[in-house]
Ligand binder design. Sequence first.
Ligand code: NAD
Ligand code: UFG
Length: 338
Amino acid sequence: MTILVTGGAGYIGSHTALALLEAGYSVVVLDNLANASRESLARVEALAERTLTFVEGDIRDRGVLDRLLNEHEFSAVIHFAGLKAVGESVSQPLGYYENNVSGTVTLCQAMQAAGVFKLVFSSSATVYGDEHPMPLHEGLPTGKPTNPYGRSKLMVEEVLQDLAHSDTRWSIARLRYFNPVGAHESGQIGEDPQGIPNNLLPYVAQVAVGRRDCLAVYGSDYATPDGTGVRDYIHVMDLAEGHLCALNTLLNNKNDCYTWNLGTGQGYSVLEVIDAFERASGVTIPYRIESRRPGDVATCWSDPTLAERELVWKAKRDLTTMMVDTWRWQQRNPQGYR
Ligand code: NAD
Ligand code: UFG
């Protein structure tokens, strides 16, 4: 079976491409390399000891999509391609709506024309907004994301719901990720942000490896046990395996529009993450407390039981493993893929 993976050269896409190859699927990656390097896929191929097909192209380009979908018999599409920097989305909303929303519409139009109706979509816990008590479960109404990135994810979720209702041939999984971290245990592939990292773990890892001086901890006055923000960190390989389970479910079940949280169900504070990283790496992380980052919520963690039951999937790697694998990747690749 052949799977089209959009955005497959990126962080989560490359780990999922590896899991797909190892599970015996053929993989075609479509990526415009806006936030990735071709090197990630060379390493995926080396780890899997199998080749994949890479096409440099854009999901907004209907011509490229039509050609690809006609050339291959895809069983499904796993759709990672998109822009993800929250702050940038505030200053460049049109770019985010064009890439994330229009790009997904163009992809679905091309899939429909080619008769490919199974789609796994990368959504985010951000669609829940900030009004619900923890843990977050799929039965809760979606809320009001605080930025254009979050709104683009919510818009796409709604587009996909409408699409599945309009035509029963569609089978769609909307996967709401919590906080993906870590790297493949080989240390060969991992997260390689361009410029200053927005997210906690890449920043911590770059401080540890000497690329940055000091971590800013955004807020110590939240209503949490130690005052810092609490998140549900999930190992990227657990996430990748969750995609394979979602894919299997789409391939073997009745057509529907499914929504599954992919998280661990366990929240950790920023200070707990720093402590776990220091213990895993043996490196002290200098940090200073700063004011809250606009748009941040105090707590965000999942109720993962629906995915556990319906996908027969459970995140199994603990916080220490997430830190050890992050550090191995960063230490072996201090400048990322460059
Ligand atoms: P990433 O930036 O590493 O990967 C996205 C990939 O898409 C990149 O390789 C980029 O070059 C490619 N891309 C972007 N726009 C494209 C376009 N128009 N056409 C073709 N390729 C394009 O990000 P990631 O962390 O791997 O995230 C993957 C998906 O998961 C994204 O949709 C993201 O919004 C979503 N997500 C990520 C997180 C997270 O914290 N990492 C959390 C929730 C959801
Ligand atoms: N944090 C710091 N210092 C940093 C970076 C982050 O203290 O340099 C803190 C944040 O304030 C937060 C926690 O670390 O308390 C996690 O922050 P991240 O930026 O790593 O992750 P977020 O939970 O803010 O954002 C993630 C994804 C977004 C997504 C959001 C909600 O990166 O794409 O979850 O799903 F929208």
